[in-house]
Design a protein around this ligand. Structure first.
Ligand code: C5J
Length: 221
């Protein structure tokens, strides 16, 4: 067993042998200009800053033999898995499926949907394409984790209060202990990130724990 003494709201004991790392949506569409995030009016530079920290967490997990699972928020080219309510909402500069500088926005197989090269999956690592914000909805993630015997999930990626928090809540309801690497996640809105961290660990870790990447990597070994 490992002990993460600095985890909040209280220390987390977990077994690295039944732990997996889930890296949420570190795609060009969210962190580079011209993608989905930018089309919604966001400043993407904030998100780019966490790439080295996410890379360190992935490297630490790989070195400890902890499975790394990557997700990508994207849709089928015919948009059959994209609810009109999602595509038509608001007045973005570009809608899901529209052609942009990195190909069609948030469409599987387009350059914008790819994970940034620094964080690319290794051959054999699971990459989950998800049509929703949560990584359990309409994906095989539950079955994959059952096959691995996973009990504890470490989370990183973007954005903290949207796809990361949604997936943590889904995982929490499915019985996983959930730990968020607080410096390996980011939001376009710093106040939303801060609030998400608070609400995750409030009320006795009602959704899960938070801790810093360096301490998580140390605990894995
Ligand atoms: C968003 C995500 N923010 N990956 N997606 O639309 O958080």
């Amino acid at each position: 067993m490992a002990e993460l003494a600095g985890a909040l709201p209280f220390p987390l004991r977990f077994d690295p042998a039944s732990t997996a790392l889930i890296v949420i949506d570190m795609q060009r569409d969210f962190v580079e200009p011209g993608g989905f995030g930018a089309a919604l009016g966001n400043d993407v530079t904030l998100l780019q800053a966490i790439i080295p920290t996410v890379a360190a967490l992935i490297a630490g997990a790989r070195a400890a033999g902890v499975p790394v699972i990557h997700t990508r928020e994207c849709h089928l080219p015919d948009l059959s898995d994209c609810p009109p309510a999602k595509r038509l909402r608001g007045a973005p500069a570009l809608r899901i499926g529209d052609p942009g500088p990195m190909g069609r926005i948030l469409i599987a197989g387009e350059p914008g949907a790819e994970i940034v090269p620094e964080l690319a999956a290794l051959p054999g690592e699971v990459v989950i394409d998800k049509p929703g914000k949560g990584a359990f909805y309409a994906t095989p993630l539950s079955e994959i984790l059952a096959g691995l015997g996973t009990k504890t999930l470490i989370f990183a990626g973007v954005t903290t209060e949207v796809c990361v928090q949604t997936t943590m809540r889904e995982a929490n309801d499915r019985g996983f202990d959930c730990l968020l690497a607080e410096d390996a996640t980011e939001s376009y809105f710093p106040a939303f990130k801060a609030a998400a961290l608070e609400m995750i660990r409030a009320q006795g870790a009602i959704v899960g724990w938070t801790a810093r990447t360096a301490e998580i990597v140390e605990a894995l070994h």
